[in-house]
Design a protein around this ligand. Structure first.
Ligand code: ADP
Length: 461
């Protein structure tokens, strides 16, 4: 349970949501702070401006006694619930006038602490602004002086700020929850194909690979998962193909070996039963046993070659193919009826492994000898333009061209009913050896008749 919770928290959707949530939270806190700071600064600035204007008004209208005060009050729009003004005249006589509630407010500011500039805070009065200025006027011989004091409560502004803060935080919380929920959903949706892929792979691992050829669902998006699924399907397909080939191979081997064994066993029994009575049939039966055992021997050798070639790692060296192929042709000419014509340049250098190239040419010459008439000419070309083995036999049909490199496949014209002996393994070995040399081989039609095995090997450089 615990492990599954931990692994759930490690999923990419959880990770994406976490990162996004933290980003969103950071962004919202930053926004919240900047909005409230801006609004706060603006409110302070306005208050400062208002206070300044009020004091300026008092000074400009020379409020120096009760009459001046009365007329100033009549014309001034000051809100006496939040702005408190006191005018104190020292000369010619001491007098104090103030707006309503000033006394009460000033009492509340007894424990006030200065925050900065003209901004103060007291437990009872809250935040407020305090400014003061004096005025001195020479009236004939006497000097008239007055002190103006102003307190401006910021309670309304602070309340407004708090309300704003609450609204913004509420909205942000809402956006945060909606945003993270949305992102979580989106991340889950995007990851679903990946999760499906994983589950599917698990099912495949638990059950049987071959049950699911190419059947992995391929989503249209996201692109990465789509590509992964396609690649996975291809991998699946080639694994299944390989498994199928292996099954086919084993069944072919057993089938191919069964036939000569049955022939051998049959003739051994024949000798055992009738050998004494009819000694004349013994040499014929022995000939069949000899032929079938030879066939088995050839097939086993080919199989060993094939398995050897699949495990072989070869050393490739820059090699001149002309003398190498000329020697193979010279040696092989003695074994077949057809004439072998070698068309060669002075030198054709390729990076190959000479032993395996000899094997390739030997196998191709062997087939050319087997499948073409004794009078036909076999042409071996080793030029810088073309490396090939051609004959004037029956050729290979287009349908067979794609298949003759498969193990045990024997062409339709030369198949099971053919008098030409073979195992269907020669070209499979050739193909493997060519691939080991990093080359390729293809079959073309020879003109006017026959087949042409065309090869490419990497150049020397
Ligand atoms: P095998 O010769 O033992 O049957 P290979 O793998 O060498 O097996 O060849 C596979 C098949 O390709 C042959 O059965 C034959 O049908 C066809 N083939 C190969 N070489 C030639 C050729 N030179 N001319 C015509 N058919 C050929």
């Amino acid at each position: 349970m615990r492990a599954s919770l931990t692994s759930r928290l490690q999923t990419s959707s959880a990770q994406i949501t976490k990162v996004y949530g933290m980003l969103l939270l950071g962004l919202m806190v930053a926004m919240c702070l900047s909005v409230t700071t801006l609004v706060g600064i603006n409110a302070l600035h306005n208050t400062h401006q208002q206070a300044h204007n009020v004091l300026k008004g008092l000074r400009d209208t020379y409020v120096l006694n009760r009459d001046d005060w009365y007329w100033w009050r009549v014309g001034s729009p000051v809100d006496s619930r939040s702005t408190f003004i006191r005018v104190t005249t020292e000369t010619p006589k001491k007098d104090t006038v103030s707006t309503r509630h000033t006394k009460d407010f000033v009492k509340k500011t007894a424990d006030a602490k200065k925050i900065f500039g003209d901004l103060y805070f007291s437990q009872d009065a809250g935040f407020y602004y305090y400014m003061t200025t004096t005025q001195k006027v020479q009236d004939g011989k006497q000097t008239v002086s007055a002190k103006y004091q102003l307190w401006m409560s910021l309670t309304n502004a602070v309340n407004l700020l708090l309300t704003l803060l609450r609204i913004i935080s509420g909205l942000m919380l809402l956006f945060f929850l909606l945003g993270t929920g949305f992102i979580y959903g989106l991340a889950k949706r995007l990851n679903r194909p990946l999760v499906n892929l994983t589950q599917y792979t698990k099912v495949l691992n638990d059950n049987n690979w071959s049950q699911a050829v190419d059947s992995l669902p391929v989503p249209t998006k996201p692109t990465e998962v789509r590509e992964l699924s396609i690649e996975f399907n291809q991998l699946l397909h080639s694994i299944n193909q390989q498994a199928e080939n292996d099954r086919q191979f084993v069944s072919n081997v057993s089938h191919e070996l069964k036939t000569p064994i049955a022939g051998i066993r049959g003739h051994v029994e024949l000798i055992q039963r009738h050998g004494k009575r009819d000694p004349k049939m013994v040499p014929d039966a022995l000939a069949v046993i000899d032929r079938e055992s030879l066939r088995m021997q050839r097939m086993i050798e080919s199989l060993l070659n094939l398995s050897h070639a699949s495990q072989l790692t070869i050393d490739r060296q820059p090699t001149d193919l002309v003398p190498l192929v000329a020697k193979v042709v010279g040696d092989y000419q003695r074994q077949i009826a057809q004439d072998i014509m070698l068309v060669a340049d002075d030198s054709v250098r390729r990076r190959v492994n000479s032993a395996t190239v000899e094997q390739i040419f030997l196998a191709l010459l062997n087939n050319a000898g087997k499948y073409s008439p004794p009078t036909g000419i076999i042409t071996v070309r080793v030029t810088n333009k073309e490396i090939s083995v051609s004959d004037v036999g029956p050729g290979i049909s287009n349908g067979d061209k794609a298949r003759v490199f498969e193990r045990f496949y024997r062409g339709s014209q030369t198949g099971a009913n053919s008098t030409v002996k073979g195992t269907g393994l020669g070209l499979a070995i050739v193909k493997q050896l060519v691939a080991l040399n990093h080359g390729d081989i293809q079959i073309l039609d020879n003109q006017p008749t026959g087949s042409r095995f065309l090869m490419h090997f990497p150049t020397d450089s």
